[in-house]
Design a binder for this molecule. Structure first.
Ligand code: B3K
Ligand code: ZN
Length: 880
């Protein structure tokens, strides 16, 4: 294990390398235990660097076999080889030279899934962020761009396909039973984009003709027998390629684009140049095994990785502090793609839900960090909702401030000016400032200040003068390492909805507010509208134009007015969701204090009316019916949280809504499309509405019969897993008899991805008893602890998707997670650290649970021998 040194890397310490890499040739002789890697690097000393400065390359658990300079063995006194670095002295003061480094690595015993490893007999790499240094000694940092040639030699039986980045050069027989292949990638790239895959795989092929007529071969490699499940991914890839040409003018730039699906992968996927490697969960789909949500994820992630070709690969990051430069921007692009392919409003609602569920708690707790962090101990811990999701929101705000035209000009300038660069956030912002003539200095604080700003909103209607005033006041609470905050530039989209439902279109005085957006730049600003014909209702932060918390006393009648009349579908949902949240927060507080719960009749009426409104698209109605999750309610309450009280309150509301709309729900539950399954948004929306209606109807009936019937009749995974979920989570008796669970398990015994759902559904059954079931599943012989998807499906689902089970008052859930994190950390630190972040909001729990959580965290720290990944998370969570 890499020793934890406590070393902190800082943005302000950035400096370029002493040597400039020109090109690299890699040769791999693959072997499960002893893979030989030869790296030949041509480089030269950077101008101005002292002639005695040594070359220091990165390594991680690598050992050196031999080292040559310009083909000659180097004197022993001129280099030091440690597992984590290679230092070479006496290199030429000027002119190019060649460094040849030979290392041996063991893919089979590489359980961290970083560098070169084996999954299901397939050799595969993951190099972002710092995995390349586990293959050979190199300048493993994103600002070192080089042209790569790669030769792979392997046994023909073991590895039919030998793949790397770029275009195929050629290959053939090598020696007894072995063959080789060579690849050349003409686009200079950093080492984190290097990839190699070798194995016996099934292949699905297609092609795409680019805007300028270039024919690109498209290849998706999957496990044998799963070729039939790659069709949707291929289709999503072609749509992505076309979309990027149409919307951004970005064309693909190699002769071939390849995707490999593997079953052991630490994250979703990886955008290696021309050779994306995917968690097979985000490639494989057919109606029988994948849900509508799986299809939507596949579409989004295929697009995301493909879009990285321009935002990430052609223009990469200068250093890892700039991670959001590629991630936030690429998420922004994949969101826009999905919005275009599906319903934009429904897509945006899902994004808002996700942002609030994952990013807001991160920003409010001990792991809060700016979108562009300024320091890290372990970069892998910064692939966060803040960098990705908030990073995307920040790009969205640039578009809101500039308008679509200037935004596009800024993007064009960015592509044109920085193609081939390792760029920074400053470079990015400068393009928009130049293209629009706007000063984005204050706006740039979104990149450096952590925390979710709050905006308090008050309004004042003067009936006599027909004026309407909107006063906005911003604040931002301290976050770790940032006690004082500067004022932000917050673009808040708004609308004034008149009594008759029409929108008032006059402009206010008091600040910039063009295009229906208040530009809040001072602490407090009042915008005054005149000649308003009647008392308007303010719809604020429409479409969630800024990732902020809005504090506003808005009456239920006003929210209902927005929900009915707002021209923006997202704003209508926001108003409905706000009403539901308010009610649930109040009810949860009362439940915590042991008081009677308030009637939810008013809320139920609103939800039932929306559900019944056939002028609205089914997917929207489904979103409106989905009450805020228990974790959403906890986030809104913010402190002294009692998950059991929240659960009780929410269950009571579910029951009231279910009873209020029973007849409607029973009818809607039958509304799933019949016949041939289509994963498209329209049918998916109908299934979503039918699914949630079925769960309400079953709740109202208090009987599992309806869900069991749905389970038995299901002809696709969306309906099947939804039914199993209702049975298992709402009807403990059905869970105990295990009839449906057993049937599901037997049916999908040979299908790990489908079986993951079986684990998750059980792990998220509410109540303290679930922990015992999780322990049982953990102990069963078919639970594979080395497969990240499986681990996440059980331990991850339990700890981040089961508020009452995981937060059981006796602290048993925390102890379970601590024990597993300590164990997993020995093999796969990244996975362990990620699981542990489930506890990031521990300080907002009521005192008893808080103490149990603290003890569990302390026990992890006390375990010793932790990876940098886990100790960084645990230390930050306990700090302060
Ligand atoms: N860039 C990769 C993530 C790499 C994570 C490294 N710990 C996937 C993506 O965001 O597209
Ligand atoms: Zn990405």
């Amino acid at each position: 294990m890499r020793t934890e040194t406590g070393q902190v890397f800082k943005l302000k310490d950035y400096r370029p390398t002493d040597f400039v890499v020109e090109r690299i040739d890699l040769t791999f002789e693959l072997d499960p235990k002893e893979t030989k890697v030869i790296s030949r690097v041509i480089m030269h000393r950077r101008e101005g660097v002292p002639a005695d400065a040594p070359l220091v390359l990165d390594g991680d658990e690598v050992s050196l076999d031999s080292l040559q300079i310009d083909g000659a063995d180097i004197e022993r006194s001129l280099y030091d080889a440690a597992p984590d670095s290679l230092t070479i002295r006496g290199l030429p003061a000027s002119g190019p030279f060649e460094v040849t480094v030979a290392t041996t690595i063991s893919p089979e015993t590489n359980t961290k899934l970083m560098g070169l490893y084996r999954t299901n007999g397939v050799y595969c790499t993951q190099c972002e962020a710092e995995g390349f240094r586990r293959i050979t000694y190199f300048y493993d940092r994103p600002d070192v761009l080089a042209v790569y040639t790669v030769t792979i030699i392997a046994s023909k039986d073991e590895a039919k396909y030998l793949l790397s980045n770029g275009n195929y050069l050629g290959g053939g027989n090598y020696d007894e039973g072995r063959h080789f292949a060579a690849w050349f990638d003409p686009h200079p790239k950093p080492s984190y984009l290097f990839a190699l895959v070798a194995g016996d795989l099934g292949l699905v092929e297609d092609s795409f003709t680019t805007l300028s007529g270039r024919e690109v071969a498209l290849k998706i490699y999957v496990e044998h027998g799963k070729e039939g499940r790659a069709g949707y991914a291929m289709d999503a890839l072609k749509r992505s390629m076309k979309w990027d040409e149409e919307v951004y003018g970005c064309e693909y730039d190699l002769d071939i684009f390849q995707i490999v699906a593997v079953s052991d992968f630490n994250m979703g996927a990886m955008e290696n140049k021309g050779l994306n490697v995917f968690n097979d969960k985000y490639v494989l789909a057919d109606p029988e095994t994948a849900t509508d949500a799986d299809y939507a994820n596949i579409e989004a992630i295929i697009a995301h990785e493909y879009f990285h070709n321009w935002t990430g690969n052609r223009i990469t990051c200068r250093d890892w502090f700039q991670l959001c430069l590629k991630e936030g921007l690429t998420v922004f692009r994949d969101h826009a793609f999905s919005a275009d392919q599906r319903s934009a409003a429904v897509k945006r609602i899902a994004e808002i839900r996700l942002l609030k569920a994952h990013q807001f708690p991160e920003d409010a707790g001990p792991l809060a960090h700016p979108v562009r962090p300024e320091a890290y101990r372990e970069i892998n811990n910064f692939y966060t909702a803040t960098v990705y999701e908030k990073g995307s929101e920040v790009v969205g705000m640039i578009r809101t401030i500039l308008g679509r035209g200037d935004f596009r000009k800024g993007m064009d300038l960015y592509f044109q000016r920085h193609d081939g660069d390792a760029a920074t956030i400053e470079d990015f912002l400068a393009c928009f400032a130049e293209a629009s003539g706007r000063d984005l200095k204050q706006f740039s604080l979104w990149y450096s200040q952590a925390g979710t700003p709050s905006v308090s909103v008050s309004t004042d209607w003067n009936e006599a003068k027909k004026t309407f005033k909107v006063t906005l006041e911003q604040s931002l609470a301290p976050t770790p390492g940032q006690s004082r905050k500067a004022l932000m530039h917050i673009p808040l989209a708004y609308g004034l909805i008149l009594p008759d439902g029409a929108e008032f279109d006059g402009r206010p005085t008091g600040g910039e507010a063009g295009g229906g957006v208040f530009q809040l730049t001072r602490r407090k600003q009042t915008f005054t509208f005149t000649d308003v014909p009647g008392r308007p209702v303010l719809s604020i932060n429409r479409g969630f134009s800024a990732p902020v918390n809005i504090a506003m006393e808005q009456s239920a009648a006003d929210l209902a007015h927005i929900a009915r009349h707002d021209s923006d579908g997202v704003a209508r949902w926001q108003a409905i969701n706000e009403q539901a949240t308010r009610h649930l927060v109040t009810a949860s507080r009362l439940a915590r204090d042991g008081r009677n719960l308030p009637s939810a009749q008013e809320l139920a009426d609103i939800l039932v009316a929306v559900a019944a409104d056939e002028s609205l698209e089914p997917a929207f109605r489904a979103q409106a019916l989905a009450l805020p999750a228990e974790s959403d309610i906890a986030r809104e309450i913010g402190s002294n949280i009692d998950p059991d009280a929240i659960h009780t309150a929410r269950e009571a509301v579910l029951m009231e809504v279910a009873r209020a709309g029973f007849d409607l729900f029973a009818r809607l539950a039958e509304g799933a499309p019949k016949g041939q399954y289509s994963p498209g948004a329209e049918d998916a929306g109908k299934r979503a509405l039918a699914g949630i209606a079925m769960s309400y109807a079953a709740i109202a009936e208090g009987s599992p019969a309806r869900a069991k019937a749905a389970f038995d009749a299901a002809d696709n995974m969306t309906v099947l897993s939804q039914a199993l979920q209702v049975l298992t989570q709402n009807f403990p008796a059905a869970r105990e008899t295990g009839e449906a669970l057993d049937a599901f398990k037997a049916r999908f015994a040979g299908d790990p991805l489908a079986l993951d759902k079986w684990y998750s559904i059980q792990a998220t059954a509410p109540g303290a008893e679930t922990r015992a079931r999780v322990e049982e599943l953990l102990a069963s012989s078919d639970f594979d602890r080395t497969n990240p998807n499986r681990v996440r499906s059980l331990i991850g689902a339990f700890s981040s998707g089961n508020p009452t089970g995981f937060n059981a008052a006796d602290g048993g859930g925390y102890r379970l997670l601590a024990r597993e994190v300590i164990d997993i950390d020995k093999r796969n630190p990244q996975l362990a650290a990620r699981l542990l972040t489930a506890m990031r909001s521990w300080r907002s729990l009521e005192p008893g649970r808080q103490e149990q959580a603290r003890l569990a965290l302390v026990s992890i720290r006390a375990a010793g021998n932790l990876s940098t990944d886990v100790s960084d998370i645990v230390d930050r969570m306990l700090a302060g």
